[in-house]
Design a protein around this ligand. Structure first.
Ligand code: SAH
Ligand code: SF4
Length: 392
């Protein structure tokens, strides 16, 4: 019989404990034959090593007996998504193509993208919640991708773990030397997480909620929930549930101020029109002036960028504790839109600002490596196909 622990990781079908919730780790340990009275203590030990210390080998867990470490490593591993490709933009943004551990013998491991955006006072990790997206927003490249499935909790948390390893963000970690990662005593490379990568997080609510709780757990990864933002195109019935289950910050991809246009940009609007969406926002659990909802508005030339649109936007959001984030449209090959001119964006931003909203225009980051919003995945697939073609 072949000893599974001697097989290369890609051929071993052992389950990884990295990225799991306390409940899932407990059930794995029970299955492993650990006595019920010990479970709590063992879960706490594993939790500390995996999420606080960032170890990737059972043998490093020094307060666990050698025999137990050995038997755990025969049944499980601590594998994370694998970085297949890293691209670093001239502005320091990093895009990783990640291959997920195979879920069964036939699975070759799906690929997703994850983006890291360093700024002077923070570092933001943009994570994916699905492989691809079932929605077909007309301005978004991810929506054109065919293969779609939900990511598991551990595949979502795995993105943060792998990024923290790569950026030297665990105790004893080393920052990459090609720079632009915030550093200094007690400074975290990753201080914020946004669910703005591939996929619609509210179509994968339970796994996303569980992942948010793991990321925010004070004994482990310890990110404040005020620094975790979930962005949705507007799956109205799930908004309240998100607030009740895990209460992260909420971002809404609004992009239009009337249903006629929003139906075209975000077809889901036909099911959940603007009025219903804003009602759900008003009632988002925990919303207040100190915990505002971010409304994202992509600037599309001659489509949604008139001064009247800006005025209507302000009118619509009256009464909702809101921030407005203007996003210059990130083009992709044969996209049916163009980005608004800079002067138009400024004029739009002035109207919003004069109405009392800070209206930051989100500087496009990592455009040179196709890492900006809505540019994820399909382009990398095409580039790799092109590289393969030129190499054969
Ligand atoms: N599905 C979720 C989260 C992922 S998309 C959502 O739609 O909110 C993250 C953000 O990128 C959304 O606000 C989305 O509208 C925006 N986006 C998508 N394509 C874009 C593009 N080409 N240019 C600029 N922003 C885009
Ligand atoms: Fe999906 Fe969001 Fe892109 Fe729409 S904008 S297709 S919901 S990822």
């Amino acid at each position: 019989m072949i000893n599974a622990s001697l097989l290369p990781a890609s051929l071993s079908n052992k389950a990884s404990l990295a990225g799991l919730s306390r409940r899932e780790i407990a059930s794995a340990l029970l299955q492993h034959g650990i006595a019920e009275r010990e479970i709590r203590m063992r879960v706490n030990q594993l939790w500390h090593w995996i999420y606080y210390r960032g170890v990737t080998d059972f043998d490093q867990m020094l307060n666990i007996s050698k025999t137990l470490r050995q038997s755990l490593s025969e049944a499980y591993n601590l594998r994370l998504p694998e970085i297949v490709e890293e691209q670093v933009s001239t502005d320091g943004t990093r895009k990783w193509l990640l291959r997920l551990p195979p879920t069964n013998d036939q699975d070759k491991g799906a690929e997703i993208e994850c983006v890291y955006i360093p700024e002077s006072d923070r570092g933001t990790l943009c994570v994916s919640s699905q492989v691809g997206c079932t929605l077909t927003c007309s301005f978004c490249h991810t929506g054109t991708q065919k293969l779609v499935r939900n990511l598991s909790t551990s595949e979502i948390v795995g993105q943060l773990l792998v990024a923290r390893h790569r950026l030297g963000d665990f105790p004893e970690g080393v920052r990459p030397d090609n720079g632009m990662v915030p550093s200094g005593e007690g400074v975290r490379a990753i201080s914020n997480v946004v669910f703005m990568g591939m996929g619609e997080p509210l179509y994968n609510l339970n796994n996303v909620s569980e992942a948010v709780d793991i990321m925010a757990d004070g004994e482990g990864l310890s990110l404040s929930k005020r620094r975790i933002t979930v962005s949705t195109s507007g799956v109205v019935p799930e908004i309240e549930k998100l607030g009740e289950q895990c209460s992260p910050m909420l971002a809404i991809s609004l992009h239009a101020v009337n249903d006629e246009l929003r139906n075209k940009l975000i077809p889901l609007n036909k099911k959940y029109p603007i009025k219903d969406l804003l009602f759900a926002c008003q009632n988002y659990p925990g919303v207040s002036n100190a915990r505002r909802i971010t409304f994202e508005y992509v600037m599309l030339k001659n489509i949604n960028d008139k001064p009247e649109d800006a005025r209507e936007l302000v009118r619509l959001l009256k009464g909702i504790p809101a921030k407005i984030n203007l996003i210059p449209f990130n083009p992709w090959p044969s996209a049916p839109y163009e980005c608004s001119d800079w002067s138009t964006i400024e004029q739009f931003s002035d109207i919003v600002f004069n109405a009392g909203y800070a209206s930051p225009v989100r500087t496009p980051r990592g455009r040179d490596i196709y890492a900006a919003c809505g540019q994820l995945k399909s382009e990398t697939e095409k580039l790799r196909a092109r590289i393969r073609m030129t190499n054969t």
